[in-house]
Design a protein around this ligand. Structure first.
Ligand SMILES: Cc1cc2nc3c(=O)[nH]c(=O)nc-3n(C[C@H](O)[C@H](O)[C@H](O)COP(=O)(O)OP(=O)(O)OC[C@H]3O[C@@H](n4cnc5c(N)ncnc54)[C@H](O)[C@@H]3O)c2cc1C
Length: 834
């Protein structure tokens, strides 16, 4: 066995095999894959092999799309037939809401070039007469996907990998990982068969690897323990059953008809496909339990759990309802295996938190569908430094290391499993494990009608509903169109434009950087000029490819004293990048002390023309009348002020584009400050405002949002933010940013959309018949009384006055590119003196 390799891949399931293949394909010479058992011996072996396109995420759709196209080429490359049956995929809808879901999905699918067709119940019946359609609204049909043999596709990828120079070693288990400073020493133990079991022998060896990738499937908790990290990849039981041959199906096929597509009755929570004259039913039932929360036993190989027929009875009956001929077909075989999940259902793909050259590829629930694309995009990340799509939504560091627990991961993973077929409302907030992370004012907000969303475990008001709202209010308010919350958000947005509103921003990530190297480091790390002492700046840390990695509001409190505010949702993801960069650069720039002060500071944002009047009521100063004036407290500056007895780091900035301040306060004084602000605000009609209204308002100002307009697939210049890029200085990613140029450009559009819906920020943009781009944000503009959005198109179209169309609910709606900041382009409101 080799003892020195460029990359060691741990795990020979579909995922690990594809990664090894793609690393070799991307040019890495010395790749080795180790597998503790046989290739495919994990979940891959008992997968149903379906390759569904349908997915609500832009990044994941790209991954699935790559796989489906890649698998079709494997036979030519390897001579092995992976058993890809391109039978298509029919996703049926029993309700209008389900059809809405498909239409919201379809416009996103278009942005990824995924082909689809609409079908009416009559068309379905005509093509597939065994399917009952009288209670259907319609269906979306993908003609190019289907199912594959999971073992065969893995073996074909393994052959392709070997042909490209990859070494594959079976019956070796990775048992220890030691980072030496420039490579990993991985201790491998020879696994041997003993009495039908697989057990470790005394034989061990150490392999040095520059990079390690773990793709350990159900063994991920053991890997997490060995690496000393938290990894919320825990499997859940998943069953499917196969029926005896169905005589009616046999007759149908004998008459020369082609195989049924994979059938999905989403409202009944199952997939069904043909299997040797019978049917395979795979339900996503409620109450499937998580397994191996504290680690998968060594003895667990390609094993299965006993069938729990009672748990899937409802889905079984609904299959009989949908395909009545299945009633007489007896049960032939059953499978109940572990299927790995994560709290949000997306895999963990990318760098391991806190570790160097350690890459995770864990938590795959649609791992056969994802394997091809996961291998390609992870290999791109490792070899090129970045992939062409933004991988943040899949990055392992999106889950906080400091607050996440096994219990949280297990319960959320059960919920993610249960939600596979629950309507994927874009305004959905899932209930499990909540409330968990709450700022002190949570109870007060709740008592005042707050309907919370969850950001990285934090509870944050999305909007304030009725005071006497029943528990189910928010659930029932959800829609693919304008939900029951829309009117509340509208009133809140209007209040900020015309009066004053208070928003909770406590979930922001906050870091303090001090020490003699802080200024030099930040000057290199971020692309905008650093602010002067007492001032703030908006700036970006870039990837080595010049694209946007993190957005920061930098507050300079001293020559070498900085307070950094960034996205609350991506706290650990950004922190890992920052801390690794500091560790790399400290020797060059000097000592830098970094502190995560997120949970030390709460944040309230007060905004609107009346915000100064509210603060003036409670500010303590020798001259309260002038302390908030432009002269003493200019826009984009920071002051330490006192509101009653609460010391506040006040930052004059407002994400809504109105006069306003962010009030960063000691978290333990939050309730005191809340009560004080509420009391002062009452006199001025202050309204409590949630994140949804804020999201609409920032679009009226064309303020880009991280994770929407800003991410690792575009540069700040493509986001059309040259004012935040100081090309006169050197900074990380500068050369690549300049070299990339502007491939597509961010713009703001006002939309004459449907009367009952706004875009969600995932819709395709058209210019006549040609698809020319996509929205990355969407919402409603209270100023213009119509829908608004931001998105990317070719630079020559990102010009004010360009007429475009937005695809929503299967229709094209007129839209016009407008000047940036269509509301108050001169920033007069935000700069208002007083
Ligand atoms: C019943 C069922 C039906 C499914 N149907 C579908 C479907 O239709 N479509 C779909 O896309 N997905 C489906 N899945 C999910 C799919 O099977 C998984 O997502 C996929 O197999 C995951 O592949 P993997 O490579 O990540 O994990 P695995 O296949 O589990 O592979 C991990 C490998 O790592 C090895 N390993 C672990 N630890 C070590 C170590 N320390 N050293 C060396 N080797 C190690 C294991 O032995 C194992 O072979 C289904 C799953 C189940 C349970």
């Amino acid at each position: 066995m080799k003892t020195h390799v460029k990359a060691l891949v741990v795990g020979g399931g579909a995922i690990g095999t594809s990664i090894a293949y793609h690393l070799a394909r991307a040019g890495w010479q010395d790749v080795m894959l180790i597998e503790r058992d046989e290739l495919t011996a994990g979940s891959t072996w008992h997968s149903a092999g379906l390759l569904p396109y349908f997915n609500m995420s832009y990044a994941t759709t790209h991954i699935h799309d790559y796989s489906i196209k890649f698998y079709k080429t494997l036979e030519e490359e390897t001579g092995l037939n992976a058993g890809f049956s391109v039978v298509g995929n029919l996703r049926m809808a029993q309700t209008k809401a389900r059809m809405d879901e498909y239409m919201v999905y379809a416009t996103t699918a278009e942005t990824c070039d995924v082909p689809y067709e609409w079908m009416t119940p009559a068309q379905i019946k005509e093509r597939w007469p065994l399917v009952r359609t009288d209670d259907l609204e319609g269906a979306i049909y993908h003609p190019t996907d289907g199912y594959i043999n999971p073992a065969d596709v893995t073996i074909a990828m393994a052959k392709g990998a070997r042909q490209r120079g990859v070494t594959i070693e079976r019956k070796w288990q990775a048992d220890a990982f030691t980072w030496t400073g420039d490579h990993w020493d991985v201790t491998l133990t020879r696994m041997v068969e003993k009495g039908g079991n697989l057990v470790p022998s005394d034989e061990q060896t150490v392999v040095s690897a520059e990079h390690v990738v773990t793709a350990s499937g159900n063994h991920s908790q053991r890997i997490a323990q060995l690496l000393g990290i938290k990894m919320p990849a825990i499997p859940v039981e998943h069953q499917y059953i196969i029926t005896e041959p169905d005589p009616e199906l046999l007759k149908y096929r004998e008459a020369g008809n082609i195989e049924h597509p994979v059938l999905r009755d989403a409202d009944a929570k199952w997939y069904v496909r043909e299997e040797r004259g019978g049917w395979m039913l795979g339900p996503y039932e409620f109450n499937a339990p998580a397994r191996f929360e504290y680690g998968c036993p060594d003895s667990f190989r390609a094993d299965l759990f006993p069938l729990d027929l009672e748990r899937i009875e409802e889905e079984y009956m609904s299959m009989i309802h949908r395909i009545p001929t299945t009633e007489t077909a007896g049960l032939k075989a059953d499978f109940n295996g572990p299927i790995c999940y994560t709290p949000d259902g997306n895999p963990l793909m990318g760098p391991a938190p806190g570790l160097r050259n350690m890459w995770l590829a864990e938590g795959f629930s649609f791992g056969i569908t994802a394997a091809g694309g996961a291998g390609k995009y992870l290999a791109d990340l490792m070899v090129e430094g970045e992939a062409e799509i933004d991988m943040a939504s899949l990055d392992p560091r999106r889950f906080g290391q400091d607050w996440m627990t096994t219990e949280y991961a297990a319960r959320k993973n059960e919920e993610a499993y249960e939600h596979v077929y629950i309507l994927h409302h874009p305004d959905e907030e899932r209930p499990a494990c909540r409330p968990l992370r709450t700022a002190p004012a949570y109870d007060r907000q709740k008592a005042l009608g707050a309907q919370f969303g969850c950001v990285n475990g934090w509870e944050r008001p999305n909007y304030y509903g009725p005071l006497d709202a029943p528990e189910t209010f928010d659930h029932d308010a959800r829609s693919f169109r304008r939900g029951g919350w829309w009117d509340y958000a509208k009133v809140e947005a209007e209040a900020i434009r015309s009066g004053v509103g208070l928003i909770d921003g406590s979930a922001f990530a906050k870091h303090r950087l001090t020490g003699p190297g802080a200024t030099a480091f930040l000057d290199w790390f971020t692309c905008n000029k650093l602010p002067k002492v007492g001032r703030i700046n908006l700036t970006y840390a870039l990837t080595s490819h010049g694209t946007t990695r993190t957005e920061y509001t930098i507050v300079r409190e001293g020559e070498e004293d900085y307070y950094l505010v960034s996205s609350g949702g991506l706290h650990a993801y950004d922190e890992d990048f920052l801390y690794k960069a500091i560790a790399d650069k400290e020797a060059e720039f000097g000592r830098i002390k970094e502190e995560d002060v997120t949970t030390r500071w709460g944040v309230f944002a007060i905004a609107g023309p009346g915000s100064r009047d509210v603060l003036r009521e409670i500010i303590k100063d020798v001259n309260p009348d002038t302390v908030l004036s432009n002269k003493r407290f200019p826009w984009l500056s920071v002051r330490n002020i006192e509101l009653g007895m609460c010391p506040v780091k006040a930052i004059r900035v407002a994400y809504t584009g109105e006069l306003g301040w962010e009030l960063h306060h000691p978290i333990e004084m939050q309730n005191y400050l809340w009560d004080l602000l509420m009391m002062a605000g009452a006199k001025h009609g202050m309204k409590l405002v949630g994140a949804r209204a804020q999201n609409w308002l920032r679009q009226e100002k064309s303020y880009r949002a991280f994770g929407h307009e800003l991410g690792r697939d575009g540069t700040p210049l493509e986001a059309d933010l040259p004012r935040f890029v100081d090309l006169s200085k050197d900074f990380h990613g500068k050369a690549a940013l300049q070299e990339t140029g502007v491939r597509s450009k961010c713009c703001t559009v006002l939309i004459d959309g449907p009367a009952d819906a706004d875009p969600w920020g995932r819709e395709a943009l058209y210019n006549g018949d040609a698809r020319v781009g996509r929205l990355t944000s969407g919402g409603y503009s209270v100023t213009f009384g119509k829908s608004i959005g931001m998105g990317y198109v070719a630079p020559d179209l990102a010009v004010p006055g360009t007429k475009l169309q937005v695809k929503m609910f299967d229709q094209l709606w007129n839209a016009e590119v407008v000047e940036d900041s269509p509301y108050d382009p001169k920033n007069e409101a935000i700069r208002k003196d007083g």
